[in-house]
Design a protein around this ligand. Structure first.
Ligand code: FES
Length: 766
């Protein structure tokens, strides 16, 4: 980075680098691809002063999340301020309309903001949003009907603008008329707030914005005649009766106008961005066409990779450091969330489009914390419906040749047009009318990891011991499968049995073409292992993962591996890895009969005298107490096997350093929730500024989701660790098998799917 006073100095007197001086959020580079345009900044100068803009620009995930988290120090009050001040003529025009857009949920400070947010939240919860899905689907179908036989369409003009607008109007409770006028108004509003209209355009923009303002006021007056009608604004009017000081007239007028823009424009842009991205990756588009269950997470990945909100703005209310850089009081910050969404420190292989990405929904496109977008779940639902309708009815659609253009502004992004084309003769519904009526289940709220599956082909089935088969699974199209590390497992759906079983991967992690599992036929199988013993080469299976909550500590000075029976599968992969890394290790493998123990010959060949076999029928007995009598500092013990063996190991290592023993759990020890034995408690969410009750008959995870808070989840049985939340205060009743003893005792983390509060209250960093 070149630092030179010739490029100017920041308000703190630091020289500005060449690239910071050149930063232009209205130029083509930023407009076309903000994360790529700011790659240099994420890597070299994650917080810099832009003399052209007069803003401090922040580009890394952790810094931006910390800014969202502290909404007192980083005030949102400038979030809707014009980024380029308008001239006097335009201001006079705005004044002539009585334009007085005031604070809204987006840009108001405490203490006013949170009481309003709480008062108006209810209609946005997943339960309340459910009722809107039929309308979204009906509209999407009707609009697609209009162009399905044309072979060519501009999806922005012919679908994506009008449907979210109509949905937004319904949601807000606004009459449907004047749609074209509204469309013009909301474009003008974007340019007025976030863009840089030329002086000669400013007056025209100001007239449109003034008209929009007046229109919003008239509609609100109409609504006052019938405040019991459905709609969010009417809900606000009813709340006004209860809380007149919180939900004021001027507030409702401002929300009316801002709500129309926020509710539809961002969704239209987000869907256009998503479709553009997916159609640019035809392999991914095909996968979605073949498997609609992938759509909810694909929506999150599109929002992460190419969301419709590129950046937000904040005002520093006091002198503060961001990412180690001094920011003076009163400084304006441009926090580029689209850049944070491509930060390799948070998202592995961040530039890749991965619709199965486990943490895709951690994107910051909806913001985070107290000012997170309230309409996020409405937007998610609409995007899912659009993708589902289009993948089913137009799977053969492709992007037409075109130049993408964007309305120049720093924050809201989406192509003005999205031309697609297809051969109508190949429309699936011409051959089969049932295509028209099919629909997948839309997931309202945070996508669950349980929905992310992939199809694999059984390439080989080998019998590796009595009652044990090894399955070699490959991608149907021959592409590489996801990378995995020893200890990882996959979940396999067992045909139509409705059962899913977890199996550790036992092959070679370096072999990207295949995943291998070994399956023991359980005597008391409810259908899972029996089903897998019946599969043949050429069959297809559905799997989830690989996922890993049994990771090997590759920095350990020495390792002891203990496997019982089929528990050898993860342990075999770990021991191979220890050998490759040159870590001293011992491998203990016990079983009743040699013929029923998998991989014995391979293990002997690979591990030589580091392997000890303990075979009951041959007089062997595994004396764990003797093996582990003498604790060895630093040595880590990894074990997988029957419950009795695990319990014996826990007893044998009780005097070892804490956390020396690592056990693979496949079965949850938590039963179903029994409300008669639980107590209700409440959780204060420090970052979001709300308190959520958790009833005796619900999990913390369910309560958080019901309150519109995103938390990842997968197993929902305390096994995988994906629903972890940070705890700031309160005693935790831990019920998972993920955290170690010392992690539990530290009391700073908990699994929200199963663990609860010991007492009446917990404070969480959410
Ligand atoms: Fe797996 Fe909670 S979702 S531990």
């Amino acid at each position: 980075m070149s630092l030179c006073p010739a490029h100017g100095v920041s308000p703190t007197g630091c020289p500005v680098s060449q690239r910071a001086a050149d930063f232009d959020p209205f130029g083509d580079g930023y407009q076309q691809d903000p994360p790529d345009y700011l790659r240099w900044s994420r890597e070299q100068e994650p917080v810099f002063y832009s003399p052209q803009l007069g803003y401090w620009v922040v580009t890394r995930y952790a810094d931006i999340q910390a800014i969202f988290r502290d909404h007192h120090t980083f005030s949102p009050s400038i979030a809707l301020e014009k980024i380029t001040p308008t001239g006097e003529a335009a201001n006079a025009v705005l004044a002539s309309y009585g334009f007085a857009l005031n604070r809204t949920l987006v840009n108001e400070d405490e203490p006013a903001h949170m009481p309003r947010r709480r008062a108006l939240m209810e209609p946005f919860t997943p339960a309340a949003l459910q009722q809107h899905e039929p309308l979204v689907r009906e509209l999407a179908r009707a609009y697609v009907d209009r162009f399905i036989d044309d072979g060519r369409a501009d999806l922005v003009d012919q679908l994506l603008w009008e449907v979210p607008l109509t949905v937004a109007l319904h949601f807000l409770g606004v009459p449907e008329e004047d749609m074209d006028t509204l469309r013009r108004y909301s474009i003008a509003h974007t340019v007025n707030t976030w863009g840089r209209p030329k002086p000669e355009e400013q007056v025209a923009v100001a007239h449109a914005v003034g008209n929009f303002w007046q229109y919003a006021g008239q509609v609100l007056d109409k609504m006052r005649q019938d405040p019991d009608a459905p709609g969010w604004m009417q809900y606000g009017l009813r709340k006004q009766r209860e809380l007149p000081d919180v939900v004021t007239d001027s507030y409702l007028h401002s929300m009316m106008m801002a709500g129309i823009v926020a509710a539809h424009e961002t969704t239209a842009n987000a869907t256009a961005n998503a479709l553009k991205l997916l159609l640019q990756h035809p392999g991914i588009w095909r996968e979605l066409c073949e498997d609609a269950s992938l759509i909810p997470n694909a929506v999150e990945e599109c929002l992460r990779h190419n969301g419709s909100v590129a950046a937000w703005r904040r005002l520093a209310t006091k002198a503060v450091q961001v990412g180690g850089v001094d920011i003076p009081a009163g400084a304006k910050l441009l926090i580029v969330t689209s850049s944070a969404n491509h930060d390799e420190r948070h998202f592995a292989d961040a530039d890749a489009v991965d619709i199965r990405r486990a943490n895709a929904s951690e994107h910051l496109t909806f913001g985070y914390g107290a000012h997170q977008c309230m309409g996020k779940n409405l937007a998610r639902m609409e995007m899912q419906v659009f993708l589902e309708e289009l993948t089913r009815r137009l799977p053969h659609m492709r992007l037409a040749e075109q130049q993408f253009t964007y309305v120049p502004n720093t924050s809201f992004r989406g192509p003005e047009h999205l031309w697609v084309e297809w051969d109508p003769a190949r429309n699936p519904e011409r051959a089969d009318a049932a295509v028209l009526q099919a629909k997948a289940t839309v997931r309202i709220g945070e996508p669950s990891g349980q929905a992310i599956t992939r199809s694999v082909l059984v390439q080989r089935v080998d019998r590796v011991a009595e009652g044990i088969v090894r399955l070699r699974l490959v991608a149907p199209d021959g592409r590489p499968l996801p990378r995995w590390a020893p200890g990882a497992h996959i979940d396999v759906a067992c045909g139509d049995t409705g059962l899913s079983r977890q199996y550790s991967l036992c092959g070679d992690p370096a072999d990207a073409q295949a995943l291998e599992i070994a399956v023991l036929r359980e005597a008391a199988s409810r259908g899972g292992s029996a089903f897998l013993h019946g599969v043949q080469p050429g069959d297809r299976l559905r799997i989830r993962g690989p996922r890993n909550h049994f990771r090997l500590d590759e920095a350990a000075p020495a390792l002891v591996f203990v496997a019982g029976g089929i528990g050898i599968t993860p342990i075999a992969a770990m021991a191979r890895r220890a050998r490759a890394l040159g870590i001293p290790y011992q491998l203990h493998y016990s079983g009743r009969r040699r013929a029923a123990m998998a991989f014995v010959e391979e293990l002997v060949a690979l591990h030589g005298d580091r392997l000890r076999l303990h075979i009951t029928e041959e007089g062997g007995r595994h004396d764990l107490a003797a093996l582990l009598r003498q604790p060895v500092p630093g040595t880590q013990v990894y074990a997988c096997g029957p419950l009795r063996m695990v319990q014996a190991l826990e007893a044998a290592t009780a005097h070892w350093p804490e956390d020396a023993l690592h056990v693979e759990h496949f079965e949850s020890t938590i039963g179903t929730l029994d409300p008669s034995r639980e107590h209700a408690f409440e959780v204060e969410l420090r970052d979001s500024g709300i308190t959520v009750p958790v009833h005796a008959d619900q999990t913390l995870l369910a309560a958080l989701r019901g309150a519109n808070i995103d938390v990842q989840s997968d197993c929902e049985e305390g096994l995988c660790g994906s629903c972890e939340v940070r705890v700031l205060a309160g005693a935790i009743d831990h019920r998972d098998v993920v955290l170690t003893r010392s992690e539990r005792e530290a009391g700073q983390r908990m699994m929200s799917c199963c663990s609860r509060a010991c007492d009446g209250r917990l404070v969480l960093a959410l």
